[in-house]
Every structure is written in structure tokens, then in C-alpha cells.
Design a protein around this ligand. Structure first.
Ligand SMILES: *Cc1c(COP(=O)(O)O)cnc(C)c1O
Length: 362
């Protein structure tokens, strides 16, 4: 048997997720470990979402509503856009994949900041598009660099705001200046997976550009602030023209019945959302203060995670932290061999991290 795949598929390096808790506990024989590696919600899912998901289970013999009517309408009312401006995805990863499938093919170019979220690269490569990586400038997305990288072949630009893994943002002023020089046929994708955590008021308000000169797709998710990463649900906000094209390739039942029910309930659970945001912010402030006390370099963030410069082999620090029962993310595969990324957890988790980190750093 001979199996062949196009070169652009062979060029894809599989996504390496943060280590699952159970795996670490099994491998290291640790009872109670703490995971701060995947920017997940430390408070668990919203209790209202759990209730709605449980109630939905009795109907699992039925296909879900492929259009996600209830959720789309709830989002539409919340966001002040028409339901036809919203596309649901099996996580926002799914929307990224749909965008690549609809708009990209061999010969066209996609500009991505580097380092940023790895799924942009994987999806663009899966369509055979050429990647143009523009390095960050002092950990921020280099909008001038991106502008200079635009050619006649550029089809799409990914912007991650706040950027994963650096936690930096694009401001309204910066975006305004940037977008006016981007050709009208270039699709701007603004990934706002962490937008709920932003404290800086100058942050880009992308919704105001939905009717702007460039086609725009805003990506949001229930995986982070809403605590539903395991449920897999996210959405895109875009023009009717783009949502129509995305819906042509969207799997008809890409969001499950429990996912739609859970997301609807999570949207209504404003208390849980507020509690999450407060917990994350308090946690970050605690971590800043503790790291300051240790004299460790870190980078203040607008998301729920941050980079720490460990000034030694990040993979070794990751391993040593695992042995202490704390899962962090080594940034080696992102091109920062001496950085780790952690997210803000519960007060208990953050304290456990600092204690372990003090031991590991010596
Ligand atoms: C976590 C994350 C997502 C969310 O992906 P889902 O598929 O919705 O879980 C999207 N973009 C970035 C930058 C992320 O970090």
C-alpha cells in the first residue's frame, strides 16, 4: 500500500496541546496536580451551563438544530448584529479551519504574527497557502511589519487580540492606522479568544469595524472566560457574505446539542462570568507581586495568561514543575526556549505554582 499526501499537508507539524491533568498524575504518580498550561477557566464551567447541559442529555437521540437558532439569536441580541452575521463553530478552531477552506488555496499568501496561536498556521497549510510570518516586535504584533509584508497574493491576515502567547493587545488607534492601508480584498481575522479579560481601555473594539473597508471576521469562544473548553463551541462575527460562504463548508451539525444548550446558559450566567474575570485579575495581580518578590522577569498581560522569562531551558523548567505537580507550558515550540507560559488559576493554584516555582528556580 502506498499512501501519499500533498507536500503542504506533510509540512504540517501536529498541534501539541498542554498536558492533560490525568496524564501527568499517571506518569508522575502525583495525586493532586494543578494545570496552568492551557489558559482554561480555573473555576470550572458555569453551574447554569452544567444544568442546561444535563437537561439536554435526554434529547441526545435527536440531531442538534444545525443552525443553532437559540444560541445565534441570543448572541445576535447581545452583540447588536443580525443572526446572519454569526457563524457557530465546534470551537473557534473550527471557524479558523472553515476560513482556510473557503478562502485559501495554493498560490495565495496568509500573514500571521509570530509567535501566535498555532492553529492559524496549521489551517493555512492544510489549504496549501503560503505562510508569511511576521515576528512580534517587543512581544506585540508588529502591524507595520505586517503591512509591509502584504503583496498582491495576500488573501488573509490573522491578528490575535490579546495575542496568545504574549498577552499583548492592539489598540483602536493602531488598528485604524493599519487597516486603512490594507487592500480591500484582504480578509482580516481578529481572534478575540481572551477579549473578556482585557483591562486596558484603549484596546481595539473590533465590532466597530464590521462595516469597514476590509472584510472582517471576529472570532470568539466559550472555551476561556465561559469555562466550556471541553464542550467545544465558539463563533465568528462577520459580514452576511462571508457567513454565507462559511456555511457552505460548515458541517451541518458542527455544534452539538449539549454545546448549544451550555453556551446559551453560560451567556446568561453573568455572575459566573464576573466572578471568573475577578478571579483571573486578582490571580494575575498576586502572581505579578510574587514574581516581583522573586526578582523573576515576566510580561504583564491583558489575557488570563502570561509569559515568564526563566532564563534557562524552559523544557527543563516544565519537567521540574511537573515533578512538583504543576503543569506549565514551555514556550520552546513557540520560539521562546527560555520562556514558560502560565495562566492565572484559583488562589490555591497560584500559591501552589509560586511555591513550586521558588523550589525549581532555586
Ligand atoms: C484557546 C484559543 C482559542 C479557542 O479555541 P477553541 O477552539 O474555541 O477552544 C482560539 N484562539 C486562541 C488564540 C486561543 O488561545
Amino acid at each position: 500500500m502506498t499512501i501519499s499526501a500533498p507536500d503542504y499537508i506533510l509540512s504540517i507539524k501536529p498541534y501539541v496541546p498542554g498536558k492533560p491533568l490525568e496524564e501527568v498524575q499517571r506518569e508522575y504518580g502525583i495525586e493532586k496536580s494543578v494545570k496552568l498550561a492551557s489558559n482554561e477557566n480555573p473555576l470550572g464551567p458555569s453551574p447554569k451551563a452544567i444544568e442546561a447541559i444535563s437537561e439536554s442529555l435526554a434529547s441526545l437521540n435527536r440531531y442538534p438544530d444545525g443552525s443553532g437558532y437559540m444560541l445565534v439569536n441570543k448572541l445576535s441580541a447581545r452583540l447588536g448584529v443580525s443572526p446572519s452575521n454569526i457563524v457557530l463553530g465546534n470551537g473557534s478552531d473550527d471557524i479558523i479551519a472553515m476560513l482556510a477552506r473557503v478562502f485559501l488555496k495554493p498560490g495565495c499568501e496568509v500573514i500571521i504574527p509570530h509567535p501566535s496561536f498555532l492553529m492559524y498556521e496549521i489551517s493555512a497549510k492544510a489549504s496549501g497557502a503560503s505562510l508569511v510570518k511576521v515576528p512580534l516586535n517587543s512581544l506585540s504584533i508588529d502591524l507595520d511589519g505586517i503591512k509591509n509584508a502584504v503583496t498582491g497574493k495576500t488573501r488573509m491576515i490573522f491578528l490575535c487580540n490579546p495575542n496568545n502567547p504574549t498577552g499583548t493587545i492592539i489598540t483602536n488607534d493602531e488598528f485604524e492606522k493599519f487597516a486603512k492601508d490594507i487592500p480591500e480584498n484582504v480578509i482580516l481575522v481578529v481572534d478575540e479568544a481572551y477579549i473578556e479579560f482585557v483591562r486596558d481601555l484603549s484596546c481595539l473594539d473590533s465590532m466597530t469595524y464590521l462595516d469597514g473597508k476590509n472584510p472582517l471576521v471576529i472570532l470568539r469562544t466559550f472555551s476561556k472566560a465561559y469555562g466550556l473548553a471541553g464542550l467545544r463551541i465558539g463563533y465568528g462575527i462577520t459580514s452576511v457574505e462571508i457567513s454565507d460562504l462559511l456555511n457552505r463548508v460548515r458541517q451541518p451539525f458542527n455544534t452539538s446539542l449539549p454545546a448549544q444548550a451550555g453556551a446559551c446558559a453560560a451567556l446568561d450566567d453573568t455572575k459566573f462570568l464576573e466572578n471568573t474575570i475577578r478571579t483571573v485579575h486578582d490571580g494575575l495581580d498576586f502572581l505579578y507581586e510574587s514574581l516581583d518578590g522573586m526578582g523573576v522577569e515576566y510580561f504583564p498581560t491583558q489575557a488570563n495568561f502570561m509569559l515568564i522569562n526563566v532564563k534557562k531551558n524552559a523544557h527543563e523548567v516544565f519537567e521540574a514543575m511537573l515533578r512538583q505537580g504543576v503543569i506549565v507550558r514551555s514556550m520552546t515550540s513557540y520560539g521562546y526556549p527560555e520562556f514558560i507560559r502560565i495562566n492565572s488559576g484559583t488562589p490555591y493554584e497560584n500559591k501552589k505554582f509560586i511555591k513550586a516555582f521558588e523550589k525549581v528556580m532555586g
